[in-house]
Every structure is written in structure tokens, then in C-alpha cells.
Design a protein around this ligand. Structure first.
Ligand code: GLU
Length: 317
């Protein structure tokens, strides 16, 4: 059974990059022989960043592009793994954190960002700073300088390897490359790494398809699933980023390269889906307008998908 999910954060409008990931994820499941599931999950855990009205606009854009969901939030049918809105799942994350704590795998950390960067070695894993472990063995009954974050005590020798279906073999020594990472922030908000690991495992997602800026997060998520006692992790397919026509990072200017903006300019859903499906290597043959269902019906295996960033057409920027 192929179960994929699309997990947007309602922090702005759906961009071409979001539509790209949604298409790959949705079509992989819908194009599979036999049973499949498409899950729509709302990643609104970072509540201060949520933009009012964005959720409804993303849902509307996704429907306009031709996606439907067998499970999930936003008018999808609900399902066995409800709720599908992260802000309604805090009890589930509380339980996961309690389980890790009971196993001695967590500790409170009241370091400030500035304190960490003063002590930390040069950034590893992208531009993330490796936590120097200041609070790892500090007395728990000490007076905290600020409301503490909760960190994972990453066991020594936590090496995670997986075969990404697009990018190939990935291996990360999480203890060395990342260090003890945050599970819950000092303001009480659960960290992305924890909630995504819990949700993907609990929702029985078989294939996580998402943008490759999250490739460096995957080892952390697999490690968390193992520590939480989940016996299987999903397969991963990380698709390349959508970039500006000149190859630069896409500016997040309001409306820039948003599906909303393209709609307003009269670009059809089939033109967008056909262009993205062709550029991403989901479908072969000449570029032509396509529905999402047509892409799913002839989808290529992830090993044949594009690996390099895709510059959007100048007319879309
Ligand atoms: N919510 C994340 C985003 O909108 C996606 C996270 C994921 O797919 O794991 O970028």
C-alpha cells in the first residue's frame, strides 16, 4: 500500500514549489497499482507563524490543481488517524515526549542562542550549529535562566543510513553532525523534527515525498521514530527545489510565484500541472497541459525523477 502525505504549513500562500511537491507526492500514491492513500496534514504547530486565512486559500488552490485526499483535514474525509491538524495533536506529542523522557533520553536546556553560538564549534550539517552539550549533565534542580527547551540526548554512535528514492544513499552521524537537538522549544512549541517523525510514523505513511531542503532532517526523524519504538520508517523521496529563473533562491515576496497569482493571471491548472510534471520528470514525452490524474496514470519511478533545482519560467516569476 502506497500512502503519501502532503503537509503544508499555513504560513503563506501555496507557491509553485509547494505545488511541485504536492504533485509528486499525490501522483506517486494515485499512480500506484493496488491500494493507496493520500493524506493532507496541516503543519500549523508553529502557531505564531500561521497566517490567518492561508489554510483556506491553500486548500482551495490544491483542489483547483486537481488533488483530492483520501484522508486529512480541510474538507477531506477525516480518517482513522485524525486529527490531521498539528495544533490539535499536542496530546500525542506530549505522550511521545513523555516516552522519551521516561527512557532518560531528554533534558532541559536553558541556553540562549547567543550562548550556544559562542561555545559551539563551526556549523556542521548545512548551516546548523551543533549543540555543544552545555546542559547535558547539568543538575536538573538548578534554577533555570529562562523557560527551558527540551533536547534529545542523542545516543553516541547514532548513525542513520537510508536510501533516498531520488537522491540515493544518505548516511548521517546524528550525534556528531547535529548533536542533541530540540524537541520542544522554551516557549512550549514542539519542534518540527518531533512532530513530523511522530505524525509520519503514526499515520503509517509509506513514502514521504518532499523538497530536498529537508534531506538533512531525515536522519533525525528516523532516529526519533526508532527511539519511540516504531519498527518501520517510511521510504523517502526528496525532490529538488524550485528556484528563480536565474537560479537564485525564490524570493518569498507576497504573491511571487504563488499559485494564486498564476490563477489570477489566467494560467490554467492543466498548464501548471503539465509543466511541473514534465520538468520534474514524472512524465515523459513532449510538454503539454495535463491533469493531475493523467500525470498519476503514467508516473515514472522516483529513480527517474529530476535531481537538479528547477528554475521556474520567467513568465511565472
Ligand atoms: N510543513 C513543511 C513545509 O511546509 C513540510 C514538512 C515536510 O514535508 O516534512 O515546508
Amino acid at each position: 500500500m502506497v500512502r503519501t502525505r502532503f503537509a503544508p504549513s499555513p504560513t503563506g500562500d501555496l507557491h509553485v514549489g509547494g505545488a511541485w511537491t504536492a504533485l509528486a507526492s499525490w501522483a506517486l500514491a494515485r499512480g500506484a497499482r493496488g491500494a493507496s492513500g493520500t493524506v493532507l496534514r496541516v503543519e500549523d504547530i508553529d502557531t505564531p507563524r500561521v497566517v490567518a486565512g492561508a489554510a483556506a486559500r491553500i486548500a482551495d488552490d490544491l483542489a483547483w490543481l486537481g488533488f483530492d485526499w483520501s484522508e486529512g483535514a480541510w474538507g477531506a474525509a477525516g480518517g482513522d488517524h485524525a486529527p490531521y491538524i498539528q495544533s490539535e495533536r499536542t496530546r500525542i506529542y506530549d505522550d511521545a515526549l513523555a516516552k522519551l523522557a521516561a527512557a532518560g533520553l531528554t533534558y532541559p536546556c536553558d541556553c540562549s542562542r547567543a550562548e550556544i553560538s559562542r561555545v559551539a564549534s563551526a556549523p556542521h550539517a548545512g548551516d546548523e550549529i551543533v549543540y555543544p552539550g552545555t546542559c547535558r549533565d547539568a543538575p536538573r534542580d538548578r534554577e533555570m535562566k529562562r523557560p527551558p527547551a527540551i533536547r534529545l540526548r542523542v545516543p553516541k554512535g547514532s548513525t542513520i543510513a537510508f536510501d533516498d528514492l531520488v537522491c540515493g544513499r544518505v548516511e548521517q552521524h546524528v550525534d556528531v553532525a547535529v548533536g542533541d537537538f530540540v524537541l520542544r522549544r522554551g516557549d512550549g512549541i514542539y519542534a518540527y523534527q518531533l512532530v513530523v517523525a511522530v505524525d509520519d510514523a503514526a499515520m503509517e505513511i509509506s513514502h514521504v515525498v518532499r523538497a530536498d531542503d529537508l534531506l538533512a532532517s531525515t536522519a533525525r526523524q528516523i532516529l526519533l521514530m526508532r527511539l519511540l519504538g516504531f519498527t518501520t520508517a517510511p521510504s523517502y523521496a526528496h525532490v529538488p527545489m524550485v528556484v528563480a529563473p536565474d537560479g537564485d533562491r525564490l524570493a518569498k515576496r507576497a504573491g511571487a510565484a504563488s499559485i494564486r497569482d498564476l490563477r489570477a493571471r489566467g494560467v490554467s491548472a492543466e498548464a501548471i500541472v503539465g509543466t511541473l510534471g514534465h520538468a520534474l520528470g514524472l512524465v515523459r514525452g513532449d510538454l503539454r497541459p495535463m491533469t493531475a490524474r493523467e500525470v498519476a496514470a503514467s508516473i515514472a519511478p522516483p529513480s527517474a525523477w529530476r535531481r537538479e533545482p528547477w528554475p521556474i519560467p520567467a513568465a511565472w516569476a
